[in-house]
Write a protein that binds this ligand. Structure first.
Ligand SMILES: C[S@@+](CC[C@H](N)C(=O)[O-])C[C@H]1O[C@@H](n2cnc3c(N)ncnc32)[C@H](O)[C@@H]1O
Length: 194
């Protein structure tokens, strides 16, 4: 599915005409941030992709749409702890015909899920924990799962509202074999070098 077909998700008036309008934002990314997710999912369309924090599944659908567009064999493991949005996300993903690309996991993003084998991820998208200790735990859990030259995409970096994320990312950039490649609005794209 082309990225353009998803543009209604970022347009409040168009969104309001769909059954998802009542939710407010079906995706909590700017269009530019979503484009980065789409671009990276095209690049890794034959790999494993991990999403930490899905809420209603907007970002999940963006990534799946890119795999679909490329006829890729890749698969997204999307982890979120809450029961509240689980069914909404499931219904939304199904309505967009993206369910075959996605496994929804209920769990804490700080822990590796025991009942799934997830390895060699092209990238991990961090959009769950927002305090220093929790995101540090996520980094430690998921960094080994990323393939060499793969990526981390960390949302809410360098925002006054989330100083813990900025502190954790800056510490990680100093201490680990990683490189900050680019920033797109609130997202940081970081490559794992070794
Ligand atoms: C900002 S929302 C995700 C938005 C989504 N990625 C998007 O762009 O539309 C953050 C989500 O992370 C989940 N979350 C927060 N802390 C978590 C944790 N420790 N484990 C699992 N999920 C968590 C929340 O339940 C919430 O749904």
């Amino acid at each position: 599915m082309k990225f353009g077909k998803l543009s209604w998700m970022f347009d409040e008036r168009k969104r309001a005409t769909t059954k998802w309008g009542k939710l407010g934002s079906i995706i909590i990314q700017t269009k530019q941030e979503a484009r980065l997710l789409y671009k990276m999912s095209e690049k890794f369309c034959n790999s494993t992709i991990v999403e930490l924090g899905r809420k209603y599944g907007g970002s999940t659908v963006v990534m799946a749409a890119a795999i679909n567009r490329q006829n890729g064999t890749g698969h997204i493991y999307s982890i979120d702890i809450t029961d509240d949005h689980y069914q909404t996300a499931k219904d939304f993903i199904k309505s967009m015909k993206m369910d075959s690309y996605i496994t929804l996991i209920k769990g804490n993003t700080q822990d590796y899920p025991n009942d799934h084998t997830i390895k060699d991820a092209g990238f991990v998208f961090f959009d769950a924990s927002h305090d220093f200790d929790s995101i540090n735990k996520e980094f430690n859990t998921w960094f080994p799962v990323i393939q060499i030259n793969g990526f981390m995409i960390v949302h809410d970096y360098n925002m006054d509202k989330h100083p813990g994320i900025t502190k954790a990312v800056n510490k990680f950039l100093k201490e680990k074999p990683v490189k900050l490649i680019e920033r797109v609005n609130r997202s940081a794209l970081i490559q794992k070098l070794e």
